[in-house]
Design a binder for this molecule. Structure first.
Ligand SMILES: [Zn+2]
Length: 289
């Protein structure tokens, strides 16, 4: 069935026009906040932050690590730690297929990548989560990788940094995912005993079991501007407490005002801010060495 009929001839487009169209689509990105068209190269140089309104686009995990470490150099860690399928779980599709698809589309081995290197001259074990791998969800592999990061830092007296970006625990692994919350928290307690710093960086979004465990356990907690940070979503909370939530609830700036985070830092100034924190917190051990 056709609802509309074209009675005028179609506008002729030459091949050259079409080609130009395709090319411009590829080099400009529209900012969802201010509607400005941003040149992709410029956006790359500004670390995916809108040069007009400072909107922070999502940032891939590997890039996070390369802009964090001195000269972008670091040793990749635990790339071989990946998810199994202990429950043989099937939702709309088998979990095994979901992992395969996520690996192929994101180019990542898991929802977190980690590395060892120097940041401002300090030894750092850093991890960065990525939303493009099953919503940045925390399964056994993610939990294991963060725990190993902490254990290595304990062995070698380094600092731990994790960039959180997560929808929460990975449902397909059931309680095994939830156990990671306790496992990582216990490892962080040992790090605390050893007086080594853990800097938690909250990016958009940091929610669920990740917020409820390590993300909020940082000695220093830094958030990117306007990131969604919370445990349950606003709708669930409103229905539970039967109250309207205030404006900006669960955003970085609101959490800063209410003492839940220590700093809100623009991505372009993040490395500098982290180095200042490390200089302050690692000073004793570095002068002793
Ligand atoms: Zn913008």
């Amino acid at each position: 069935m056709t609802w509309f009929k074209r009675d005028k001839p179609k506008i002729e487009t030459s091949e050259a026009d079409e080609e130009r169209n395709v090319r411009t689509e590829g080099i400009f990105v529209k900012c969802p906040e201010c509607d400005n068209s941003l040149y992709k190269g410029e956006l790359h140089d500004s670390l995916q932050v809108c040069t007009q309104c400072k909107y922070h686009f999502r940032f891939p995990a590997r890039e996070r690590l390369s802009v964090l470490f001195d000269d972008g150099r670091y040793e990749k860690l635990d790339e071989d730690v990946t998810s199994g399928d202990p429950l043989e779980f099937i939702d709309t599709k088998p979990y095994k297929d979901r992992i395969k698809q996520a690996t192929a589309s994101s180019g990542l081995p898991e929802a977190i990548v980690s590395g060892k290197g120097k940041v401002g001259g300090h030894l750092v074990f850093a991890g960065a989560m990525d939303m493009s791998f099953i919503g940045g969800s925390m399964g056994s592999a993610v939990g294991e990788k963060i725990t190993r990061q902490i254990e290595r830092a304990l062995d070698e007296k380094g600092a731990v940094i994790v960039f959180a970006a997560s929808g929460g625990a990975r449902m397909q692994e059931g309680t095994l995912s939830l156990m990671q919350m306790g496992k990582i928290s216990a490892a962080l307690a040992m790090l605390h005993e050893a007086r080594l710093p853990f800097i938690s960086i909250l990016t958009d979004p940091t929610t669920g079991g990740v917020t409820a465990s390590f993300a909020m356990l940082g000695d220093v907690i830094i958030a990117e501007p306007k990131a969604l940070i919370g445990f349950a979503g606003p709708r669930v909370i409103e229905q539970t407490i039967r109250q309207k939530l205030p404006k900006g609830f669960q955003r970085s700036e609101f959490l800063l005002e209410h003492g839940m985070v220590d700093m809100v830092v623009d991505r372009r100034e993040m490395r500098g801010a982290i180095i200042r924190v490390l200089d302050f917190m690692m000073n004793r051990s570095s002068t002793a060495a």
